[in-house]
Design a protein around this ligand. Structure first.
Ligand SMILES: Nc1ncnc2c1ncn2[C@@H]1O[C@H](COP(=O)(O)OP(=O)(O)OP(=O)(O)O)[C@@H](O)[C@H]1O
Ligand SMILES: [Mg+2]
Length: 273
């Protein structure tokens, strides 16, 4: 059974904006998928359908075999952990520790388990030093990590991340990539929205490309991120290595790659031949 199925999903906000227009895709368990597309293309709207925050105007969203229309919020929350684009929207407790503990208590875990999981999640996201602080005074990057710690603590099978690298410095971005890989190798299904092409190229996930609420492409990172024309239509700049190879057309380099090493080898070969 797939982890996530979108069947001809359209979604219209009350304002009249049609944010999703006949979106269909299937994500198997254990896949790593990134949604890419210009501002307003519908990435956040898709993620909010995963845990039932939004229900499709037309079509069906099926999570782990359950139609989100028939599932309760609690049922979906146990399966899907969504980290918001604006992490602050998730906070309401007075300390970082309580914030992570809140959902766990709600899920009915014993005090002992809650304590252990909270400490683990805070350490994992390098937030233990801030445990007694108010979540609202954390830096932007720390808030993002707290939002992730909250979700990791309750251990859902599907993890949805909305723009996880915004506000993160390069070291934290690398750690974020490492963590995503780790979760993925543990068998979690990870779906995220990101504008950060270099971060995405590095992760090498399956990419679903969106523009104006429609799916424009769906394939491997190498397929999608080397299709310069299609990326341009979706207002996405290609990764540096792809842009460089594209500009070296005079050397008649046809191979498309996301690997800097492979690109360098190719160029050297062409020059010395
Ligand atoms: N609560 C809302 N009410 C009305 N329209 C909305 C609402 N939220 C989003 N929209 C509109 O729906 C469309 C899709 O928005 P969405 O937030 O899903 O895009 P996005 O791809 O996540 O963009 P970004 O890259 O800026 O995060 C946009 O046109 C947006 O203005
Ligand atoms: Mg968004």
């Amino acid at each position: 059974m797939p982890a996530i199925e979108f069947e001809h999903v359209s979604y219209q906000y009350k304002s009249g904006v049609k944010a999703l227009d006949d979106v269909s895709f299937t994500i198997e368990r254990g896949e790593l998928v990134v949604l890419m597309g210009e501002n307003g293309s519908g990435k956040t709207t898709i993620l909010k359908h995963l845990n039932g925050l939004l229900k499709p105007t037309e079509g069906r969203v099926i999570i782990d075999g359950t139609d989100t229309r028939t599932a309760t919020v609690a049922q979906l929350a146990a399966k899907v952990g969504l980290v918001f684009q604006n992490a602050e929207e998730m906070f309401f407790e007075s300390t970082v520790r309580d914030e992570v503990a809140f959902a766990l208590k709600n899920f009915g875990y014993s005090e002992d388990v809650v304590k252990r999981r909270v400490e683990w999640a805070l350490r994992f996201m390098e937030l233990d030093a801030y445990a007694e602080n108010s979540p609202f005074i954390l830096s932007g990057g720390e808030k993002k990590r707290l939002a992730l710690a909250i979700v990791l603590a309750w251990g859902p099978e599907i993890i949805a991340l909305d723009e996880p690298t915004i506000g993160q410095d390069s070291l934290q971005k690398e750690k974020m990539a490492e963590m995503v890989r780790l979760l993925n190798t543990q068998g979690k299904t990870v779906i995220m929205a990101s504008h950060d092409v270099e971060f995405v190229a590095d992760l090498s996930p399956r990419i679903i490309l969106l523009s104006r609420g429609k799916v424009m492409g769906d394939g491997t990172a190498e397929e999608v991120l080397t299709d310069v024309e299609k990326l341009a239509k979706c207002s996405i700049l290609p990764p540096q290595v792809v842009a460089t190879l594209t500009r070296l057309q005079d050397l008649s380099i046809t191979r498309r790659t996301l690997s800097v090493e492979a690109a360098a080898r190719e160029v050297v070969e062409k020059i010395w031949r």
